[in-house]
Ligand binder design. Structure first.
Ligand SMILES: Cc1cc2nc3c(=O)[nH]c(=O)nc-3n(C[C@H](O)[C@H](O)[C@H](O)COP(=O)(O)OP(=O)(O)OC[C@H]3O[C@@H](n4cnc5c(N)ncnc54)[C@H](O)[C@@H]3O)c2cc1C
Length: 505
């Protein structure tokens, strides 16, 4: 049981049960692992308890088809705080970033394409193919986006459909919001604030897949003395009558002792399932219960026997071209197209023409697929949690949606469907069941303006503390939110260490 380097022996299990830990972390997502590392470095004895057989949460690599290693959920890295990479020495612990040659590729059915990369002059020429006005207007001050609907801002700045849609697609990631929703632009802002090796807004592939990020953090954690346990699911928090946490109850009935518990699970899972409600203020329970956990995302990880060839770009790259390394936008040639895809989901139907972000990590990473074959990641929207015209539990219905996505890719890259060897598909209920992501929301809760900053996860509780003394939140559902960023884990650890120091005086 357990993944590489994770405690799983009988001795380790005895250690887990008999020791009184200074701190327990529920969940070995990247944030839980980061929190644990900083706590151990601060002098605490720490155990991480992960319910799955593998660490990493949504930053994970799994070989589901022999020879093909899939980043099953997250697939690109940009947000991970540079301070964390440095302080935890993640490069020494195995993290290797693979920068794409181009960042964004939008093929069009009329034969044109928009390929954006690190070179401003080249980007200007690319935009010029669509509109001189847009080429002159790009790049912009994205701050306007914070409060306005994405469509309003982009319509004001740009005139070409393809340019607007390419930018709008990033604002819709992991959301059921429409491009016309006020504040919808925040998700776009969230996606452009990262970097790779000091280069702003570059999203990189990670050698070995996103699981390597978690593995590197877990190496740092173990070096700091953290014990990590897989197949270790917490069923309840144990709380004293006075409302102070004293440990956790595992699903196997074992009780573990600690006066500090950090939860890397979603706010919903933590407070609606793990904490007995009698210990929580009514107003707090209502705020958690009625937060927005919708997402509309279905991830399809595909093994193919050849690189997709895009007819529009005509770059004549039988092997890897710059566009293969980029984030490829399919089905979003105009904001109207994105709007229609969203409207379908609001009507209860999976989008008839899904909006897709396609990446081909094996275009740069030779460690994740057999020679000549490739891994294709499809981040698709919009798929309602409970569709009205069928059920995600029905294999035929599932197959239909996957086929719809593949057919749409065929329009741009003929022959894609016939290159498919096999695939893994995660609909919103699958993301919830398999990864514990409530409602399938990829960020542990929507990133709307009403659930950000001081409001995340709920008003008055954005500092990682909770109404239960000794219980802290350290995952993406807490400030500053989702993505493989690590800030929530690091900040939570500092809050805990501050409280420990204060109470030991
Ligand atoms: C399909 C998809 C694509 C994404 N793409 C990207 C991307 O490309 N780039 C990016 O930056 N972000 C992306 N994201 C978002 C990002 O992956 C998440 O926001 C982030 O990984 C969450 O990290 P976390 O540590 O906060 O929580 P998680 O990774 O969700 O970890 C929580 C852990 O807690 C465990 N757990 C829950 N309950 C219990 C329990 N009772 N007992 C023990 N363990 C428990 C879970 O099993 C899980 O391992 C994507 C997410 C998804 C789902």
């Amino acid at each position: 049981m357990g993944s590489r380097g994770v405690n799983s022996s009988a001795t380790a299990t005895r250690l887990l049960k008999e020791k009184k830990w200074d701190a327990l972390v529920i969940g070995a997502g990247h944030n839980g692992l980061i929190a644990a590392t900083y706590l151990a470095r601060g002098g605490l004895s720490v155990a991480v308890l992960e319910r799955r057989h593998v660490i990493g949460g949504a930053a994970v690599t799994e070989e589901l088809i022999p020879g093909f290693k899939f980043s099953r959920c997250s697939y690109l890295l940009s947000l991970l705080r540079p301070s964390i990479i440095k302080e935890l020495e993640l490069v020494r612990h195995g993290l290797k970033l693979l920068k794409p040659i181009s960042q964004s590729f939008t093929p069009c059915l009329d034969g044109r394409y928009l390929l954006l990369g690190p070179d401003d002059e080249q980007n200007y020429l690319e935009m010029l193919k669509f509109s001189k006005r847009d080429a002159d207007a790009y790049p912009r001050d994205f701050l306007d986006l914070l409060l306005s609907p994405t469509s309003k801002v982009l319509n004001k700045w740009f005139e070409s459909d393809v340019v607007k849609a390419t930018l709008a697609a990033d604002a819709m990631i992991g959301s059921m919001a429409s491009i016309h929703t006020p504040g919808s632009g925040y998700v776009l802002l969230h996606h452009v604030m990262g970097e790779t090796d000091g280069e702003h807004n570059i999203w990189s592939h990670v050698e070995g897949g996103m699981g390597t990020v978690s593995l590197a953090i877990s190496n740092a954690a173990k070096e700091a003395g953290v014990h990590i346990f897989t197949n270790a699911e917490v069923s309840k928090l144990v709380i004293e009558e006075s409302g102070i946490v004293i440990g956790v109850l595992m699903v196997d009935g074992e009780r573990l002792h600690s006066s500090i518990v950090l939860s890397n699970a979603t706010p919903y899972k933590t407070f609606m399932e793990l904490v007995p409600q009698i210990f929580l203020p009514d107003e707090f329970v209502r705020a958690i219960k009625y937060s927005d956990y919708s997402s509309g995302t279905t991830k399809i990880n595909v093994a193919v026997d050849k690189l997709p060839q895009f007819q529009s770009c005509n770059l004549n790259h039988p092997e890897v071209g710059p566009h293969h390394t980029a984030t490829i936008h399919i089905g979003s040639e105009s904001m109207e197209e994105i709007g229609l895809a969203c409207q379908d989901a609001w009507n209860g139907l999976p989008s008839r023409r899904p909006v897709m972000e396609m990446t081909i990590p094996s275009s740069l990473d030779k460690t994740i697929s057999p020679p000549g074959k490739h891994v294709v990641s499809l981040f698709t929207q919009y798929t309602p949690y409970k569709p009205t015209d069928g059920s995600w539990e029905d294999p035929t219905y599932r197959e239909l949606y996957a086929q719809r996505c593949f057919n749409l890719i065929d329009e741009y890259a003929p022959g894609f469907t016939s290159s498919v060897i096999g695939y893994d598909m995660l609909t919103p209920p699958d993301l919830e069941r398999e990864f514990g992501l409530t409602g399938g929301n990829i960020f542990h809760g929507a990133m709307g303006l009403d659930s950000l900053f001081l409001m995340r996860p709920v008003k008055q509780w954005s500092d990682h503390r909770t109404p239960i003394r000794g219980l802290y939140m350290c995952g993406s559902g807490s400030h500053p939110g989702g993505g493989v960023m690590g800030a929530a884990g690091r900040n939570a650890a500092y809050v805990v260490l501050h409280d420990v120091k204060k109470h030991s005086r």
